[in-house]
Every structure is written in structure tokens, then in C-alpha cells.
Design a protein around this ligand. Sequence first.
Ligand code: 28G
Length: 668
Amino acid sequence: MSDQERGASPMQAARNGDPAPNGRHGQNGTNGNPEYSAKNIQVLEGLEAVRKRPGMYIGGTGVDGLHHLVWEVVDNSIDEVMGGYATTVHISLHDDGSISVLDDGRGIPVDLHEATGKPALEVIMTVLHSGGKFDKKSYKFSGGLHGVGISVVNALSEWCEVTVWRDGDTYQQSFARGEPRGPMTVTSGADRRGTKVQFKPDSQIFQTTEFNFDILARRLRELAFLNPGVKIVLRQKATQKCHLFEYKGGIASFVEFLNETKTPLFRDVVFFQKERDGVEVSVALSYNDGYSEQFFAFVNNINTVDGGTHVVGFRSALTKVFNDYLKKDPSLLGKEKGKDVKITTDDVREGLVGVLSIKVPEPQFEGQTKGKLGNPEVRGIVDSVCTEFLAELLEQNPMVAKPVLDKILTSMRARIAAQKARELTRRKTALEGSSLPGKLADCQETDPAKSELFIVEGNSAGGSAKQGRDRRTQAVLPLRGKILNVEKTRLEKVVGNEILQDLIAAVGTNIGKDDFDITKTRYHRLVIMTDADVDGAHIRTLLLTFFYRYMPEVIEKGYLYIAQPPLYKVKKGKIERYAYSEAEKEKLVAEFGGSDQVSLQRYKGLGEMNPEQLWETTMNPATRTLKKVQALDALEADRIFSVLMGDKVEPRRQFISQYAKHVKNLDI
Ligand code: 28G
């Protein structure tokens, strides 16, 4: 498809600076698109409101809000690509802190807007909600906070410059904090088509104005997956970093990407797409031999992190289809044949890697962060589309059906066995009362907000920590023995592992979909304290894997920390100082007058410190440093842990050589 608009330039009036009352409007009702004319633009309100309450429009003025500006502009370009009018979107980070987005679409219309007598471009840039997205007839899909319009970006930018190449001419206009610096200018001659928007976020509005390359890269990659065929180029001038995202396979490529670090149960990713009652449903899925699920759902390209009716529909279809498959051939059940057993939604989740992407004309996003789809009609639509496709797939494709069913039945058996075991222990614990682990040295404080738990490797260090701590607020749990690699284990076994049982009981939240309860956390600081050597690092990674997989909310809440024990004691006469890094050690030695003046002790383990030293260097809130464990998004966390702790060698090798530069003591 290409631009159909040709003929007289709509900008004759502006060229001679005399807006004609009956200037021509673009006529491009191609391919059944509703006719666009500048009249459609609804003048709603000024940009003052946006600058006064930016959070209302972009969610906030922190890092997320800042990047929201980019998504807003990029969304416009992607719309052009998905409409078939553009192929490529370039996003460039410039040295002056500005960012530019460039597409090769039709170019924002520049014809005269009758009501205001101004060019459409200026209206789109300065009038809230004027992009047309809120005019339901002229825009099919929009979502959430997205689609508030490019004028919001303009309002929140110190400066913004727009260039449009259209009908062989170049149009330009500059703005400062939303206000035009002058009228739109026209230069004749342009050998290209499209739109470029460059802006510098306003430091009067945002807490930070520095764009983050990784945040941009992650979302742009996601957009490239969700919009197959689109080419997205991300560039940073200063670092010469450049990424091209282009996935012809769409969400099927997304699933391949997610599965890259895993062992799949069948070769080709399952993919289908179907429109029903105005809702377009696309699904890509695969299964691997792991125990965690990786499932991402999108509505109009927006990640619905809290699920919603579309996810409920999908899960119900998947479960139903496998139950029906069993009903048709009960012998597949093996020893459970004839018993009243049923596959549940949880059984079909283990090892599932899936992406569900739907397009809905009028999505209702719910919940605090608008991450949940509410439209009730969507549930049935997604359910029926998925049921029809998956039922046929299983019938026709035993190479998929067989291994997946085996896996699901294994999950089902484990679930039933665990349920029985749990009923037994419930009865037991009901008799025994609450049961904190015997190894736990608890603190006196009962308010979780004021309590800390030190999770300590090894018994001798545990002993020192128990003696050295402030017992009013600090609890200590020593861990002894090998910690289970939860990456290669299913929930039931995790629950049965003694060391992890102690940890789970001490933390208080329990684990598992139905049982985990963040409000039961007994401490708002959980501090992992391990030796500063390779073994300690390994144990730390195992514990981190456990928390990421089984208590991710603990990390999201910012409750998880890593203690920083010193690496050296530097001593001169009676003066003792601690160094927490090589650089710090060098500095101290120099301060004390060189290495022949000092005695140096290298700590290999926490056990080498006496209780007082451990308190002073690592546990005393007044002098210690703790590192807070960062919350990663689901995709990143999964990749890191499945690469580090899973059993594929090649991705691990790549990961290590990629990160070796930055990370010392990488714990693998
Ligand atoms: C580079 C930075 C971000 C854009 C266009 C193209 C058109 C357009 C944009 O129209 C009004 C509302 C919905 C259709 C449409 C051009 C029709 C004919 C366009 C962008 C009319 C705005 N000719 N390219 N807006 N729409 N790229 N990139 O912003 O119904 S925005």
C-alpha cells in the first residue's frame, strides 16, 4: 500500500501566510479506512492541564513516565506501519539528552484545520486528544494510558521539533513546553515521506530526564514481536550502540526467543490467529521440560501483567481441551484410569511458554496499574477460538499432543500426591501449633516493619551472627547443607526440602499459588549473608533463584537484601579498618603509608570474623551496607535464572562471556 494522497498541496494557504477559510483537506479514504479530514479533530482542552497534572496522562513523572513519552510517539509510528503505510521506525538517543523517532509513513497531515484556522500538524501537536484516537470510528484499537496523544509529549518537553515529509515537500514546526515557537514552515523539495519527532523531556517536570537504553530496547523488542514485519532500529549516538528488531514470525518468534534457553517438548511453536466478533486473537505456544510457566498476555500491544478475561478464556480452553482429549481415550490415564481425576489449570501451566495477544476495539483496563483486562465478552471469544483450534491440533498432531499430555499428567500426579501429603501435615501441625524452625534465632520485635532476618550460610557463621546481632530486631537463620536448585525442581519437591522448609517457615509467607501470602511476611528485611567466595556466591544465586521463582513479591516489595561483608581488615598499630573492595583496600593501605606499614587480613569466610567484628562490619544498621535485590521484569528474571541454573550449556557460556566484563566472581 502506498499513500494515495496526491494533487494540490494542502498548504498553499500557509505558504503565503494567509489561511484560506476553505483550504483543501487531505482525502485519503483508502482501503476502507474512515475518511480523515482535519474536521475530525476534536478540540478538547489546552496543554496547561497536562503540565499541571502530568501523572494523569502518563502515569507519573519518574522513569516510567519519562519512557511513556517515547511509547506514545513510537505507537503513532507503529500504527503507520500496521496500517501498511510505513515499514521502519528509527529511535535515536542524542548527545544533548533528546530523543528522536522517525518513520517512513504518510506524514502527519498538514492541511488546514477549519475550526482553528491552523494546520492539522499544529493542532495535533498542541491540542489534547486531537490525534483522532478517541474518535472511535477513525481509530480501531487503542489502549490504557497509551494513545493520550503526541500533544502530551509536546507539553512535557523542554523543546520539541516535528518534521513531516509529504507530497514532495518538507514541513517543520518547533515548540517549547508545548507552545509553538513560530508557525509551521514549508520547504519545497523532499525525496522521502514520513514523520520525525525529536524532543527533550522537561527537567521541570521529570525527576530524571535520562533515557535508559535497556528499557527502550526491551519494549521495542516486544513491539517488534507483537507487530510482525515492523523494522525498529534503536541507536545511541554516544555509545554507538545499535539494535535492529525485526521478527517476521511475530509472537511465534517471541515464544522461540523465550524458549531459547530451554529444552522444548516438540519442534515447532504452535501458532494461530483468528478474528471473532471484532476481536482479533493470536496465540503462540510451546512447552519445555521445566517447571515454571512463562506466559505473557497483551491487549492492543499492552502487556496485561495482571491478566484478565482474555487470560481466563485461554486457560479454560487449554484445560478443557486436554480433559476432553482424555475423555475420548481414557486408557491414556494409565493407572488413574477409571478414577475420578481431572486436569486443572495449574497442571497445564508447568513448562508452558506462551504469548496471547489480542486486539479489542474498546478495552477496559482495570486495577491499580491498569494491567488487567475487564471486558466480559472477551472471555468467551478467546475461549471458543482457542478451544476450536487446540482441539483440532491435538487430534491431528500426536507429536505435540503426546509429550504435552504426558507432562501434564505428571504434573497432575504430583499435585494430587502433594495435596494428600499436605492434608496429613495440616492435621499434624494443627496438633503441634505454629512451628517456627528450631534453628531460627528469632528477634523480640513482632512488628515485621521493624524486624530483620539474616539468612546465613554455614553453622559457624550462623553462631557468630546469633551472638553478634541485636536480638531485639534481628533474627538469624543458619542454613546448613546443599540448597536445592529450584530451577530444576517442581513445587512439590521444593515444599518437601528441609532447608527450604525452614526458610519458608521463618519468612512466614508460605509458597505456591494459593498459599503464598505476602501480608504474612514476618520481616521486612530479609538479608542473605554468605561468604565472599565462589561457594558463597553460588549459595547466594541458589537462594536468589528460590526467591525469584517462589516469592517474587518479596523482591517486588523491596524486602530482599544482600549483606556486604568486608574483604579485608587493614591494621596499623591499634587502628583497624575494613575494606569492602579491592579499590578500598588500596586506598586504605596508601592512607596508612604503604604496604610495609600495615598488616592485612583477607577474609575468606564470615566464620573468620568474631561476633563483634561481624556485627560491626556487616550487621550493624549504623555502619553496614546492604544491597537491595532489584526487581526484574518477568522476562529478564526468567532468562537470567534459566540460563544460570538450567541445564543448557551454550546459552550459559554466551551469558558468561557477555557479562564477565562487568561481574567479578560470577557464581556458576
Ligand atoms: C515519528 C514520530 C511519530 C504519524 C501519521 C499519519 C497520519 C496521521 C500520523 O493522521 C490523524 C487519525 C486517525 C486517520 C493519516 C496521514 C491519514 C493520512 C495520516 C508519527 C487520521 C492523524 N495521512 N504518521 N497521523 N489520523 N507518525 N510518528 O506520529 O485517523 S502520526
